[in-house]
Design a protein around this ligand. Structure first.
Ligand SMILES: Cc1ncc(C[n+]2csc(CCOP(=O)(O)OP(=O)(O)O)c2C)c(N)n1
Length: 393
């Protein structure tokens, strides 16, 4: 680290974080945020997503017993604050460099990374797998998955919820809802999550704790349980997640440590048999004004000037590959009305935004849903359409 931080200097691992008083946790979060901004300004990388989960990361490591409790970050691009707090702060300026830290979670890098990811939407499945393995081994440790509102649009997340909701195995899923994927999220799930949020801002802390404590303690009678269910659905309008067998709580303010810490403590201590979902609302890019204001909330950045937010653009006279692809597709599509385009939540990254501007009715953003995209394309093809998608992987 290049700076002297009041708290962070003495925090190398979650065991050090646990020595900090609860009143000072926000100061730790502020220092983690500052360190992350400074490091990424030198390396480039994923910034917005990590900034949005700083408080959550601090709260999770404060409350849970990682690495015994397994913490899984979906995609892994938001794990920089986690890396700073789990023995890797002195290497944080090697992010994404040769022989440096990975920009995602990586099993071989740290025992605090129980699952390697980069492709999205795997966290609930992997969490359930780890939890079932724990059960077979008579281990009582917790398994926590943090999944974004973009990542939860993929089929695998529903396959996992379908499986988890019918099981008696405890996993804790944190739905990190920042109303952003890389671009704005699309689809019915987005509307649904917005509906859960509208009208009541957040549950008050007292309300949420009451709900969680009564459901988790298992002391309530069937009748009280029904009343509580009724109360909950009266407030939330009922949730898809509860119908799928999850104990759902939220949405709560994911930047408020005085809400996060007690709720996570309750979830940790509960003997609830089955999956729990805690829905938190966060802001992508939180705490760095340029990221907060930018359309993409600085999802991925090159090196940048911290003071001005200006990114160092590589100077090349060559046109970007995506631009060549998009312009060529537009050229052909002007002559052939059967040409259509699909993207799986990557309009900007694939040039499909350019195609979509020219042909709004012929460009389909299906969300992070690649397996659906392929069969959806097959359906279009059976009707004579020629489907294009740029796959950069
Ligand atoms: C299967 C797959 N499709 C697309 C991507 C590209 N991608 C990386 S992050 C991301 C957005 C994720 O959004 P969300 O889960 O809401 O997380 P946030 O960045 O908002 O924290 C996308 C589309 C990917 N990593 N994996």
């Amino acid at each position: 680290m290049k700076k002297n931080y009041q708290f962070l200097n003495n925090i190398n691992f979650p065991s050090d974080l646990k020595k900090v008083s609860e009143d000072n946790l926000q100061k730790v979060a502020d220092e983690v945020r500052e360190e992350m901004i400074n490091a990424v300004s030198e390396t480039g990388g994923h910034l917005g997503a990590g900034l949005g989960v700083v408080e959550l990361t601090v709260a999770l490591h404060y409350v849970f017993d990682t690495p015994n409790d397994k913490l899984i970050w979906d995609v892994g691009h938001q794990s920089y604050p986690h890396k700073i707090l789990t023995g890797r702060k002195d290497k944080i300026r090697t992010l994404r460099q040769g022989d440096g830290l990975s920009g995602f979670t990586k099993r071989s890098e740290s025992e605090y990374d129980p699952f390697g990811a980069a492709h999205s939407s795997t966290s609930i499945s992997s969490a359930l797998g780890i939890a079932e393995a724990n059960k077979l081994e008579n281990k009582s440790s917790n398994v926590i998955a943090v999944i974004g509102d973009g990542a939860i649009s993929a089929g695998m997340a529903y396959e996992a919820m379908n499986n988890a909701g019918a099981s008696k195995t405890k996993i804790i899923v944190i739905l990190n809802d920042n109303d952003m994927s890389i671009a704005k999220p699309v689809g019915a799930m987005r509307t649904y999550l917005a509906k859960l949020f509208t009208g009541k801002i957040y549950f008050s802390l007292r309300e949420t704790l009451k709900l969680i404590t009564s459901a988790f303690s298992k002391r309530f009678s069937a009748k009280a349980g029904k009343a509580e269910d009724f109360f909950r659905s009266a407030v939330t309008g009922g949730t898809l997640f509860s119908s799928l067998g999850f104990y759902y709580a939220g949405p709560i303010n994911g930047h408020d440590l005085s809400s996060l810490v007690p709720i996570l403590k309750n979830a940790k201590e509960s003997r609830h048999e089955g999956p729990i979902m805690i829905h938190i609302k966060t802001q992508k890019g939180k705490g760095y004004s340029y990221a907060e204001k930018a359309n993409d909330h600085y999802h991925g950045v090159s090196k940048f000037n911290v003071e001005t937010g200006e990114q160092v653009k590589s100077k090349s006279n060559l046109p970007a590959y995506t631009k060549v692809f998009a312009n060529t597709l537009v050229k052909h599509a002007k002559k052939d009305s059967k040409i259509v385009g699909i993207t799986a939540a990557m309009p900007g990254g694939t040039g499909m935004d350019i195609f979509g501007k020219e042909f709004p009715n012929r460009m389909f953003d299906v969300g992070i849903a690649e397996q659906h995209a392929v069969t959806f394309a097959a359906g279009l093809a059976t009707e004579g359409y020629k489907v294009y998608q740029l796959d950069l992987r």
